[in-house]
Write a protein that binds this ligand. Sequence first.
Ligand SMILES: Nc1nc2c(ncn2[C@@H]2O[C@H](COP(=O)(O)OP(=O)(O)OP(=O)(O)O)[C@@H](O)[C@H]2O)c(=O)[nH]1
Ligand SMILES: [Zn+2]
Length: 296
Amino acid sequence: MKQGRVVRTYGGYFFVYDFETEEVYRCKIRGRLKQNDIEVIVGDKVEFQELDEGEGIIEDRLERKNRLFRPLISNVDQVVVTTAIREPDLHFKLLDKLLVLAHAADLEVVLCINKVDIPGLKVTKDEVGFYEDIGYQVIYTSATEGEGITELKDALKDKISVFAGPSGAGKSSLLNAIQPDLELQTDNVSDKIKRGKHTTRYVKLLELEHGGWVADTPGFSRLDISFIKPRNLQYFFAEFKEHLDGCKFNSCSHSHEPQCKVKTAVEDGVINEQRYQSYLQLLEELKENAKEDWRR
Ligand SMILES: Nc1nc2c(ncn2[C@@H]2O[C@H](COP(=O)(O)OP(=O)(O)OP(=O)(O)O)[C@@H](O)[C@H]2O)c(=O)[nH]1
Ligand SMILES: [Zn+2]
């Protein structure tokens, strides 16, 4: 039996990339899978049989590592959280929220700070350097000037990546800088015509010529964190981890409680004040949500 990965779905067909031959087969799916509620989506590894030339049938879905909802895709390795340093101005609260979403989905993160070329503006890497101190890989890029593109390519190599970040940050431009024919490779004309008629747009995995795949649809577009329990938020701020044990109260939320190790670390400058403020703000947001749920 052949093994491959679903790279796009269209009109009831699953397009499966054969790991061995590196060819894409247009596949149907066994009714048995549907009957057993075994969902097959883009990103899934599957077992399939070749029928005719270029056609096949999916017999089984292999084990999944994870599943995102927006876009609907599985087995994603990492999120490239992309934000411009200027135009639009770097919005730290939004950035921290994206990082929380990435961690909640158990994904690795690459932080891409784009538009470092913008003239007349002092680009201070110091402004964002503390993310490197936390342990994030930070790549400084200019999609227009080509800066950092090799480093970004290396970070994408042999992985399945999703880009995420505010509108206008340069996600499409970066993909274009990495590989100019990326969209064209898999877009075909009939797709485009159909797309005009239907509003739903399905995610596709685009193949990188140096190895790896990237989703053509950005992740976390809704920025909805309401599914996170307030008490779990602390675990999605990576640099808090080593300070979570010693608080006076076991249930410490690291906001108003006395003798809190997280707050001490902030006072000592070990945890960045701005990151801590992001935490407090997101915590409030989650608590408000919880209250509203209660009232409903
Ligand atoms: N100066 C400069 N401009 C850039 C750079 N990258 C992108 N831009 C410009 O920023 C604008 C937005 O870029 P896009 O690539 O469309 O941004 P996006 O993140 O895909 O935006 P959405 O599709 O709305 O999510 C475009 O006018 C780009 O030409 C860069 O590195 N430097
Ligand atoms: Zn505490």
